[in-house]
Design a protein around this ligand. Structure first.
Ligand SMILES: [Zn+2]
Ligand SMILES: [Zn+2]
Length: 223
């Protein structure tokens, strides 16, 4: 999150934690009751962490968490263990890892995506192409304001996803430009049938070139 005056950044929880914005060093706040300290064994409040980063990445596949970033934290204060990690009172963020842009490309900045809360704009990772000419927050600026490094998280789950290769020059040349040329018709038939058509096209061009060279030779008086 980026503060309304652009001078501070913070982290917004998910689910019930959406009403709070926490700084780099923060104490958990219970939104259910102010009468007990976090984390209470009678409540589900407190910060939650996983022992393994892969478990956090697995959670981020869920629609509710997919736009979240991965925080490496130092947990301290009171804590309760749960099956995958800890529920605890105080955290110090050590690093921020942003996932990919919605389009699947590597993130290059943070974009104001709307859906903020009073005093805070909500940011999401965005790639260079999707950002285009829009004003975005550089990862380095977020890092400077938060005081922790911000890196791009290319977790193993992303390895299978890659943008399609751009059309090569060869494929581009096969896109018909003049509908009636033999090359244009060749693009619609099988590669084997394409060979005689292309050969014929080359022969025609060669004959035309010979004719032009003869005429040029006559005009310039050269053999
Ligand atoms: Zn509570
Ligand atoms: Zn993108």
């Amino acid at each position: 999150m980026l503060s309304a005056d652009g001078a501070a950044v913070g982290f917004n929880g998910v689910a019930l934690g959406r009403s709070q914005v926490y700084g780099t060093v923060a104490e958990a706040v219970c939104v259910q009751s102010a009468r007990h300290r976090c984390p209470s064994t009678w409540c589900d409040c407190g910060f939650y962490c996983f022992h393994e980063a892969e478990q956090a990445r697995a959670l981020a596949c869920d629609e509710q968490y997919e736009r979240s970033v991965l925080l490496e934290v130092l947990a301290s204060g009171r804590y309760v263990s749960y099956e995958l990690g800890l529920r605890y009172q105080r955290q110090t963020v050590r690093s921020v890892r942003v996932g990919r842009c919605r389009c699947g490309r590597t993130a290059a900045a943070l974009d104001d995506v709307g859906g903020g809360i009073v005093g805070w704009r909500r940011l999401e990772p965005v790639c260079r192409e999707c950002a285009g000419r829009r004003a975005v927050l550089a990862l380095e600026t977020f890092g400077a304001l938060s005081g922790v490094p911000v890196t791009v998280d290319e977790g193993s789950g992303y390895s299978a996803l890659a943008p399609l290769a751009p059309l090569s020059e060869v494929e581009r040349a096969r896109v018909p430009e003049v509908p009636d040329s033999p090359v244009a018709r060749a693009a619609e038939v099988s590669p084997d049938a394409e060979i005689p058509l292309l050969t014929a096209e080359v022969t025609l061009l060669q004959a035309r070139l010979d004719e032009l060279q003869r005429r040029l030779g006559r005009l310039t008086d050269r053999p």
